[in-house]
Design a protein. Structure first.
Length: 116
């Protein structure tokens, strides 16, 4: 289950693209420029939507007599190759109750470097 399932489809996702050097350092990455950050954010959003769509609406069968929760034939596999990352699916949780989660991605803005 996910927050989206627990809230009965009332959750969304705000994708925030960071250009703060300390955020990049915290995960062992170099700071990307604004254009590269925006491109990566768009790739992340596209990849997430692709993976979210890997469960057919009727993939969850919950057949307790047969001990079957998911009809594996109703899952689709997706491999996403972006410029800076790759991801494989299907998703690990069932399709969102609302179909496709609402998503928002503000345009990244430059932040001044952190002072010492």
């Amino acid at each position: 289950m996910s927050l989206d399932h627990i809230s009965h489809g009332r959750a969304g996702w705000l994708l925030q693209a960071e250009t703060d050097p300390s955020a990049a350092e915290a995960v062992g990455r170099e700071v990307l420029g604004l254009e590269a950050t925006a491109r990566e954010a768009a790739d992340v959003l596209e990849a997430a939507r692709t993976i979210w769509g890997t469960w057919a609406p009727d993939a969850v069968v919950r057949d307790t007599e047969r001990g079957e929760y998911v009809d594996a034939s109703r899952l689709q596999y997706a491999d996403v190759e972006a410029e800076t990352f790759s991801v494989r699916g299907p998703a690990i949780t069932p399709r969102s109750p609302q179909g496709l989660r609402p998503s928002s991605s503000p345009t990244p803005t430059a932040r001044p470097p952190a002072s010492a």
